[in-house]
Each structure stands twice: as C-alpha cells, then as structure tokens.
Design a protein around this ligand. Structure first.
Ligand code: NAD
Length: 278
C-alpha cells in the first residue's frame, strides 16, 4: 500500500534521478525544466555536446538542481552502460527514464524531397532512424529500466507523437512546382517508430509489475519556425486551430513521471489540440 500523499505532494520529484534521452533537443530541454521545477535531477543524454552542456548548465543555475549532461549515443549499448555506471556510482539509483530522442528530418527542409518517398526511401535512413527512435529506446529501457526496477514506483515515459496513433496526412507536406513522384512526404520511419513506441510501452508496462510503470505521451506538432503555408495546412486539421506552444507539455510530463499518475500504466496520453479526433 502506498503512503497517502496530498495531491500536491504527489507531484513532488525531489531527488528523483531522471534520464532524458535527446535531452539537448527542443522538447528534451522542456522535459528537464519540468522535472527540475519539481525538485528532480535531470540527466540529459545526447550526441550534441555543445547544446547539451549549455542547457544542463542553464537548468542547474535557474532551478538550483544538479542537472547533468552526458554525451551518449543511445544506439551504442556500451555508451549507455557507461552512463549507467556513472549515475549509479554518484547517486546509487535511477528513478525515471524518458525515451525522447529521435532523428526527425523536417520534411520541409529536405532538399531532396523525393528521397522521403517510400518508393525511394534509403535503407540506411531507415536503419539510422529506427536505430535511435526504437532500438535506442529499447536499449535504454533494458539498461536503465532494469536499474529503475530495483526500486518501487519507477517510471518509463515514451515520447511518441500524434502520428503514433494516426497516419500522416501527406497533403500538408506538398510543395508547389514538383511532379507527383517528387512530392515530399512524412517518411515511413516516423509512423513505424511512433507506433512502435506504443508497443514498447505496453510490453514494459507489464514487465516489471509493481516496480516500473510505463506510459506513452503523444504530443502534437509544436511551433518551431515552420513556413506559414505548412502551419496553415496543419492547423486546418486541428480542432483547436493552432499548433502547440513549446511549454504546453510540461505539466503533463510532471504528471506522468510523478506519483500523481501512480495508477496509470500502459496508457497512451494524447495531447494534440484534438487533431486525432477529426
Ligand atoms: N517537435 C515536435 O513538434 C514534436 C511533436 C510530436 C512528437 N515529438 C517527439 O518529441 C521528441 C523530441 O522532439 P524534438 O522536437 O525535441 O526533437 P529534436 O530534434 O529537437 O531533439 C531530438 C534530440 O535527439 C538527439 N539524438 C539524435 N540521435 C541521438 C542518439 N543516437 N543518441 C542520443 N541522442 C540523439 C538529437 O541530437 C536531438 O538533440 C521526439 O521523439 C519527437 O519525435 C516532437
């Protein structure tokens, strides 16, 4: 039986060691801020050393917690093991894992649009993206998840997407002036990875019962300098009529990684302005 806490106390993350993959990226930084705001210790794993170091430093200063950056390619098991060993020797435990890292080449920015198309999609690109988005998430769950399972009330949170539950509407990626067979598309990898993470969640949710809860968050698209045209086409598909602001997932992150969601396990939380209900 868990000790009864007030609702407010149940959000507390004091001293929780939270590993965030892709922690140097746009959303990874926000996950780290949310955790730090509630007293947790975010550990940012990324291959981007410069951004990761700067972000960890800023969060440490702003939130007065010991946010750390660890250079780690999550496709390389030996690098994950080194991070695990370093964390265990410093803190003695790991409490939270957020599988957030991804390679998500922006369709808009592709100079070679037609390579995104399934009929041309390079196998190396498939392997690269799945290596980070799915294999990386599995490896981190295997290595950090096992450590988390040694305590009670641990959490793994997988970051999927609205495109983890619906198909991409390829019409929004179209570019004027290109023939049909060169029109860019959201690549097959994104759908497969984001749906796959929901499968991984269900597997993990039953694997260490009573020790590790695992859930999926499916965020919708965030404003990040996309072209006006693209934003218009996308927001036409969203009942709230807009994309998400960068901070609009922070409260959900705290809820999903803290005891506030103690009875949530194997669930998919969709925060997409209603896009997937249309
Ligand atoms: N931004 C959005 O609109 C949006 C919407 C829905 C879902 N998501 C999902 O949220 C997550 C974060 O997205 P984001 O927009 O912050 O992306 P981002 O590209 O800003 O961040 C991803 C981070 O992953 C890191 N990374 C890539 N390969 C790695 C590897 N091998 N090892 C360790 N780190 C690696 C990158 O260096 C980068 O810092 C992704 O899973 C993405 O699919 C994003």
């Amino acid at each position: 039986m868990n000790k009864i806490k007030s609702v407010k106390q149940s959000f507390d993350l004091t001293e929780n060691i939270a590993v965030i993959t892709g922690g140097a990226g746009l959303l990874g930084e926000k996950h780290a801020e949310s955790i730090a705001e509630f007293g947790g210790i975010p550990i940012l794993l990324d291959i981007n050393k410069k951004a990761g170091t700067e972000k960890a430093q800023r969060i440490t200063n702003e939130y007065q917690v010991d946010c750390e950056f660890k250079l780690c390619d999550i496709t390389d098991e030996s690098q994950i093991l080194s991070v695990r060993d370093a964390l265990l020797s410093k803190y003695g435990r790991i409490d939270i894992l957020i599988n957030n890292a991804a390679i998500d080449p922006k369709v808009e920015a592709k100079s070679e649009n037609k390579l995104s198309r399934l009929e041309n999609f390079p196998i190396d690109q498939w392997n690269l993206e799945l290596g980070v988005g799915l294999t990386g998430a599995m490896l981190c769950s295997k290595i950090f998840g096992y450590e988390i399972s040694k305590n009670s009330n641990g959490v793994i949170l997988n970051i999927s997407s609205d495109l983890g539950i619906i198909a991409p509407d390829q019409r929004i990626y179209r570019k004027e002036g290109f023939p049909e067979n060169e029109q860019p598309v959201k690549p097959v990898t994104y759908s497969v990875i984001k749906h796959g993470l929901i499968g991984l969640t269900k597997y993990l949710a039953t694997y260490w019962p009573g020790k590790v809860r695992c859930n999926t968050l499916c965020p919708g698209g965030i404003y990040a300098g996309q072209s006006e045209d693209f934003v218009q086409r996308l927001t036409d598909l969203i009942p709230l009529g807009r994309m998400a602001n960068i901070d609009e997932y922070k409260a959900a992150i705290v809820f999903m990684v803290s005891d506030a969601s103690l009875y949530m396990n194997g669930s998919t939380v969709v925060i997409d302005g209603g896009r997937s209900v249309w």
